[in-house]
Design a protein around this ligand. Structure first.
Ligand SMILES: Nc1ncnc2c1ncn2[C@@H]1O[C@H](COP(=O)(O)OP(=O)(O)O)[C@@H](O)[C@H]1O
Ligand SMILES: [Mg+2]
Length: 241
C-alpha cells in the first residue's frame, strides 16, 4: 500500500504540492488527472523518493520514504516508474537494456538476468525484438521496452507518467493495452494521464489534481460522468472538448 499523508512540496518559493492525502491499495489502479503544472509528476517523484518533501509523510508498504534511515535503493525496487519518454541505452539491445538493472541491482548472474529480461520482453509483446537496438523500435515499442525494463525489477507498484503523450496517435493503443494487461494481472498502478477515456475505463479511482491539491477523488466512472466539484467539471469539459 502507498500512503500519502498531508504532503507539502515546494521548489524554492513555488508551492507545488499543497497538502495531499491519498492511499493506493494493493491491486488498485489510481489515475491522476489534472492540468499541466498542477503537480502530478512531482507527486510521483516524491513517492519514488527522488524529491524531498517539506511536510507530511509518504509510506510504501509501511516504509517511510523520506525517513533518514530508509534505504532508498531498496525501496525503489518496489516502485517501477515509466516516463513520457524512455532513453534506452542506444548501444545495448532490447534484451541487454532490460537485463542491465536486475544484473547490477539484484546482483544476479548474467544468464539469470538475460532469462528475466527475455521473460519480461515476451510479457509486453516484444519477444521477437530481443536482439534489436532501440533506434530500430517504434515509439510504442520503445515505451513497452521501458515497461519491460521496470517490470524486470519485479516491483510491487508501477508508476506511469504520461507514457503515451509523446507517441503518434496510432501507437498509443499498444501501450495502453499493456497497461490494461498489467491491471488484469493485479498490478498496483498509479497512472498520470491526459486520456480521460482510458482513466475512466481502466482506473478503479481517479484523483483530479488542481494547483497542488486533490480537488476530487472517487470511483473512476463517477469522477468523469458525475463530478462533484465544479473545477472537475470545467477541466473535463476542456479536455473532452
Ligand atoms: N525541479 C523543478 N524545479 C523547479 N520547479 C519545478 C521543478 N519540477 C517541477 N517544477 C514546477 O512545479 C510545478 C508542477 O510541475 P509538475 O509536477 O511537472 O506538474 P504536472 O506533472 O502536473 O504537469 C510546475 O510549476 C513546474 O514548473
Ligand atoms: Mg507531468
Amino acid at each position: 500500500m502507498i500512503e500519502i499523508h498531508n504532503v507539502h512540496k515546494a521548489f524554492g518559493s513555488l508551492k507545488v504540492i499543497r497538502g495531499v492525502d491519498l492511499e493506493i491499495k494493493k491491486g488498485e489502479v489510481l489515475c491522476l488527472i489534472g492540468a499541466s503544472g498542477s503537480g502530478k509528476s512531482t507527486l510521483l517523484q516524491c513517492v519514488n523518493g527522488l524529491e524531498p518533501i517539506q511536510q507530511g509523510e509518504i509510506q510504501v508498504d509501511g516504509i517511510s520514504v523520506h525517513a533518514k534511515d530508509t534505504n532508498l535503493n531498496k525501496l525503489r525496487q518496489k516502485l517501477g516508474i515509466v516516463f513520457q519518454q524512455y532513453n534506452a541505452f542506444p548501444h545495448l539491445t532490447a534484451l541487454e537494456n532490460v537485463a542491465l538493472a536486475p544484473r547490477v541491482v539484484k546482483r544476479i548472474s548474467k544468464a539469470e538476468a538475460r532469462a528475466l529480461a527475455s521473460k519480461h520482453l515476451k510479457h509486453v509483446g516484444l519477444g521477437d525484438k530481443e536482439d534489436v537496438f532501440p533506434s530500430r523500435l517504434s515509439g510504442g515499442q520503445q515505451q513497452r521496452l521501458a515497461i519491460a525494463r521496470a517490470l524486470a525489477m519485479e516491483p510491487s507498484y508501477m508508476l506511469f507518467d504520461e507514457v503515451t503523450s509523446a507517441l503518434d496517435p496510432e501507437l498509443v493503443g499498444e501501450v495502453l493495452d499493456t497497461l490494461r494487461m498489467l491491471k488484469s494481472e493485479g498490478m498496483t498502478m498509479v497512472v498520470v494521464t491526459h486520456d480521460i477515456v482510458f482513466a475512466r475505463e481502466t482506473g478503479d479511482r481517479i484523483a483530479f489534481f488542481k494547483d497542488g491539491r486533490i480537488c476530487e477523488v472517487g470511483e473512476a466512472w463517477q469522477v468523469v460522468n458525475a463530478p462533484r466539484e465544479e473545477h472537475t467539471r470545467q477541466f473535463l469539459k476542456r479536455v473532452l472538448a
